[in-house]
Design a protein around this ligand. Sequence first.
Ligand SMILES: [Zn+2]
Length: 147
Amino acid sequence: MEPIPCVNCGTFFIPRNCKQNYCTKAECQRARKAAWQRYKLKYDDDYRTQQHLSQQKWLQTNPGYYRSYRRRNPDKVKRNRALQTIRNRRKRHCHSRKNLADNALIAKMDARKFCHFNMVGQFYLVPVIAKMDVSKVNIYTISNRYL
Ligand SMILES: [Zn+2]
């Protein structure tokens, strides 16, 4: 199998099968698991319910956790407020339109292309926040040692 770039770190690796998109580094495996969990929470009602119940149970045994977390991480509080403002704006924008499906952004996560020619560099634009008027992306440089 040909080497492919890892979806998380961008380094080339040889996948075990055609479904493997992440390399074996611990941080990339964590990113893969987080992406899987985001997907499950979004589309699996049973999983979402179980996670919610589990979190409620944990919170009952750890009261005041989030209050102290917010006190310890003021930058995260600020970031969350900004993101919530964007989510609220998107929600209002979606409700103002009749066709919600047209407003949904589609991101193809497994798109990849292996180039056999020499090129200066390749960048993947990974959307962090899907929004109509703001495009925030992370740019990863991909090693060209296999080119
Ligand atoms: Zn990786």
